[in-house]
Design a binder for this molecule. Sequence first.
Ligand code: UD1
Length: 418
Amino acid sequence: MSAFLVEGGRRLSGAVAVHGAKNSVLPILAATLLSGGRSVIHNCPRLSDVDASLAILEHLGCRTSREGDTVTVDSGPMDRYDVPDALMREMRSSVIFLGAILARTGQASLSRPGGCELGPRPIDLHLAALRAMGARVEERGGDLLCGAGAGLTGCTITLAIASVGATENAMLAACGCGGTTTILNAAREPEILDLQRFLRAMGARVEGAGTSTVVVEGRRPLHDCEHRVMADRIVAATYLAAGAAAGGEVLVTGIDGRQLSTVTAVLREAGCRLHSEGDFISLRRDGVLRGVRPIRTAPYPGFPTDAQPPVMAALCAGEGTTVLVETIFENRFRHASELARMGADIRVEGRVAVVCGVPRLHGAPVEAADLRGGAALLVAALGAEGESRITGLRHIDRGYDRVEEALTALGASVDRVE
Ligand code: UD1
C-alpha cells in the first residue's frame, strides 16, 4: 500500500503550474467517439480516471496513444457498444459514455456506475434526457440497455437540477439527434464550455455553454480535431489552500482567476493576500488565519463543492469559527473525522460543518476516503506540526497528477512511499 509521508510546518514558496482539468478531459474523451476520426488532446493530465477512460475507449475498439501530455484517440475502429461492469466501476463519470455511445451507434449497454463515496449519486436526469430524445432505456438488475430504434430526435430538455454530468451526457447524445436539442437549466461550469469548444473543433454545432441554455444542432458531419484541455480549477484551489495552510508565498500559474473568485474571496477574508491577473493567481500568508462568514457550496459560479474539503482543511488551524454548508452532495464531510485526528475541532451535523480554529494541527496517520477529502488531508498535513502518513492514495491519484512533485518544488516535504 502506498502512502504520502508529509513533514509539515514548512512554509511554501515558488510557482506551480496547474495541469489539465479532470472534469474537462473525461467528457472530452467520451466525446472522441462521436467523430469516428482522430482526436488529438493536449494538456491531458496523468490521472487514474484518464487511464480508466482510455481503457473504456480501447475496449470499444478505439486506438489510443499518449506522448507526454498529448493523447490521441482514433475512434474509427470502434466496433462495440458495451462497457463492462469492471470498467464502469472504476469511476462514476463513466456514465458520460452513455450519450456518446448511443449517438455514435444507436445503442449502448452499460452497467450503473457504482454508488460513490459522496453519497447516493443518481443518474435519473441523464436517463430522462436520453428518453426525451427517443431512446429506450431498460434497466435489468444493474445493467442499462439503451436503444435508439429509428434514431434519436432533437427536443427540449429541462433538467430538474443543473447537473454537470447530465448536461454533458445530453450534449453528447444531442450530437447524434436529428434536428435541434435545447437543454434548459443546463449546468454552467467552465468544463461544459470546454466540452463545447472540443465539439465545435470536430465540427459540431453547439452554442450556449456557460449559460443555462445549451443548443445543439445534431448530425453534423464531424471530422478529426485537436484541442487543448483547460486548466483544473480545483487543483488550483488546492494549491491555494495549501499555501494558506502552510504559510508562505505561492504563485499558481495557467489558471483563469475569474473561475475561482469565490474561493479566493474566502481565502482573502481568512487573512491571505491574493492577486489575480491574466493566467495566474498569487497567494501570500504571513499571519494567523481567521474564520470566515459561512461558506455555502453551490453550482458554478458559486463556491465549488470540490473546493470545500481543501479549504476546510486550511481553516482548521487559526482563530475563529467557520460554518460550511454542503448543498450538492449528502456525504461530503468524510475528511472531518480524519482532520480531527490531526487535532482539528470540527462538528458535523448533516450537511453543516462547524470548524473552530485551533492554534495548530499535529501530524497523524490518516486515510483518504475520497478524492477531494484526500486533498484536504494533504493540505492539513502541510500546515501541521510533525509527520503525517496519508493512505488511500488511489483516491488522490484520480484527480492530482504527481502532486507530491509539485508540492516538493514549492518547498514542502512530501514523499510517496510503499
Ligand atoms: C460533477 C463533477 C464533480 C463535482 C460535481 C458538482 C465531473 C466528472 N465530476 O459531478 O467533481 O463535484 O459535478 O460540481 O465533472 N443529480 C441527480 N440526478 C442525476 C444527476 C445528478 O439527482 O441524474 C444530483 C446529484 O446527486 C447532486 C447534484 O445533482 O446532488 C449535482 O450533481 P452533478 O452536477 O450531476 O455532479 P456530477 O456530474 O456527478
